[in-house]
Design a binder for this molecule. Structure first.
Ligand code: HEC
Length: 103
């Protein structure tokens, strides 16, 4: 449904972009990402700003992170691992990975 919001946002600039961002945050909340992550500080997992900064120069970072989300991630940021996020579809995970990288 937010895909439609995003489509409508083309040409409407900033207020619609803010809505798209809200929709992404909601998707992240629905998939429990925000129980372990926050935008700008470490919770159990790294902040999304830290992740975006780390992968800013990595080619295909969104594809890489989608894999990490699908299969789980361990050892990159510390001792705690991220379990595979099996409840979300690969498409949703790809969108979430792209969104994380915008921070
Ligand atoms: C149970 C807690 C938990 C949940 C739920 C969780 N994460 Fe994580 N996440 C972590 C931890 C811990 C790490 C660090 C893992 C490591 O060191 O490799 C991490 C790492 C990451 C990374 C960086 C991966 C890398 O390879 O550098 C991204 C991006 C990320 N999470 C996004 C998400 C998104 C999006 C969701 C929701 C679909 C999510 N996480 C759900 C705990 C969680």
């Amino acid at each position: 449904m937010w895909l439609r919001i995003f489509g409508m946002g083309v040409g409407l600039c900033c207020s619609m972009l803010a809505h798209a961002d809200d929709a992404m945050l909601q998707l992240a909340q629905e998939n429990a990402c925000m129980t372990c992550h926050a935008i700008d500080h470490t919770v159990i997992g790294p902040s999304f700003k830290a992740v975006a900064a780390r992968y800013r120069k990595t080619p295909n970072a969104a594809d890489y992170l989608t894999q990490r989300l699908q299969h789980g991630s361990v050892g990159d940021w510390g001792q705690v691992s991220m379990p595979p996020n099996v409840q979300a579809s690969p498409q949703e995970l790809h969108l979430l990975a792209q969104w994380v990288l915008t921070h």
